[in-house]
Design a protein around this ligand. Structure first.
Ligand code: CUA
Length: 357
């Protein structure tokens, strides 16, 4: 089916008039749209079709039941205190009323069952369609859920072309991605409604989801399984882009971090990074810890990302400074501690982090 943008979908306007404006505003912050009614891939398209069918059928049932209620009220015998209703007028003969009721209940039961069978068939067909995504030449991504951020490893048969990133996936339009899901702690759930349905990330087990973006755009993904204090602040940004743009991005991500100029503030900032608590949890390839550290996000190309703190804040110097100095007050429960740095060291560290494109 064709995938196209429908900015003001009639279903949303009809069913969620009160929510439409604030929801749209909230969902289209720095991290992009999160909208199951605007599919950007064939799988989200199949799910939307199922959703339309379900809504249409439920609406039909609602109208029929409401109509039957109104009809019953209309036909009910009317009476007053002076002249009570004559219930006998409903009967056309002995046993007729019971027979009519029996027919009505039998028809109601049969139609309800038929409706449920139609929904079940639609569900099975949608499930089969979802499973039939062609995956030849697919990207391989390993996504691990942590409380509360996403660790991503792009795997390539050539090991030098593999790389790690966090909280942001890039996908080339038209090419499938096989995403292997794991959890490092509790159950999380990946949900990028513009692309696909939900799938859980389970501790000790591996699951797999296959997705394909069919149009470019930036889409918000969200952890969809309650996983603790900051469950709502566990967002994932998915950037679907033209294959050439994706290739350029991947090429940049594969490189180790650029070395800052000798004697610069950034060079001192790199030193601050190595000598402070930062390097204990974060890797910067070519500078500290390589691929070994998985406590916090890989920062090798931090400056190329649009957000920090799993989609909570825009990636801007002020937010980054606040995050380094006192992450627990911004995101209570987060494992990143407040880092006490001299003002000059903090500025140099920020200058260094801004070079990590
Ligand atoms: Cu992770 Cu909710």
């Amino acid at each position: 089916m064709a995938i196209e943008e429908a900015p003001h979908h009639w279903v949303r306007r009809a069913l969620f008039p009160a929510c439409a404006a604030p929801c749209a505003a909230q969902a289209q912050t720095a991290i992009g749209a999160q909208d199951a009614l605007r599919p950007a891939g064939i799988q989200a398209g199949h799910i939307l079709q199922l959703w339309h069918g379900t809504v249409a059928l439920c609406l039909l049932v609602f109208v029929v039941v409401l109509g039957a209620c109104l009809l019953a009220l209309w036909r009910a015998p009317r009476g007053s205190r002076q002249s009570p209703a004559d219930l006998g007028t409903l009967d056309d003969g002995p046993g007729t009323r019971e027979r009519r009721l029996l027919y009505a209940v039998a028809w109601g039961g049969a139609l309800s069952s038929a409706g449920l069978v139609i929904l079940l068939a639609g569900d099975v067909l949608a499930g089969r369609a979802l499973a039939q995504l062609p995956v030849s030449g697919a990207l391989h991504i390993e996504l691990t859920g942590h409380s509360w951020w996403w660790e991503a490893h792009y795997r390539d048969p050539v090991s030098q072309r593999s790389f790690a990133t966090a909280n942001e996936l890039h996908l080339p339009v038209g090419r499938a991605a096989i995403i292997t899901l794991r959890s490092d702690d509790v159950i999380h759930s990946l949900w990028v409604p513009n692309l696909h349905g939900k799938l859980d990330l389970l501790p000790g087990r591996t699951t797999e989801i296959r997705v394909r973006a069919d149009r470019a755009g930036t889409f918000r993904g969200q952890c969809a399984e309650f996983c603790g204090l900051q469950h709502t602040m566990m967002a994932l940004q998915v950037v679907a882009e033209a294959p050439e743009r994706y290739a350029a991005w991947a090429d940049g991500q594969q490189r180790p971090a650029a070395s800052p100029g000798s004697g610069s503030a950034a060079q001192h900032g790199a030193q601050v990074f190595r000598n402070s608590q930062c390097a204990g949890c974060h890797a910067i390839r070519g500078v500290a810890a390589g691929e070994g550290v998985r406590i916090g996000p890989d920062l090798t190309h931090l400056a190329s990302r649009q957000t920090i703190a799993a989609g909570m804040l825009p990636n801007a110097r002020g937010h980054l400074a606040g995050w380094i100095v006192d992450a627990p007050s911004l995101k209570p429960g987060v494992r990143m501690p407040a880092i006490a740095l001299a003002p000059g060291d903090l500025q140099d560290l920020l200058a260094y982090l801004e070079t990590l494109h």
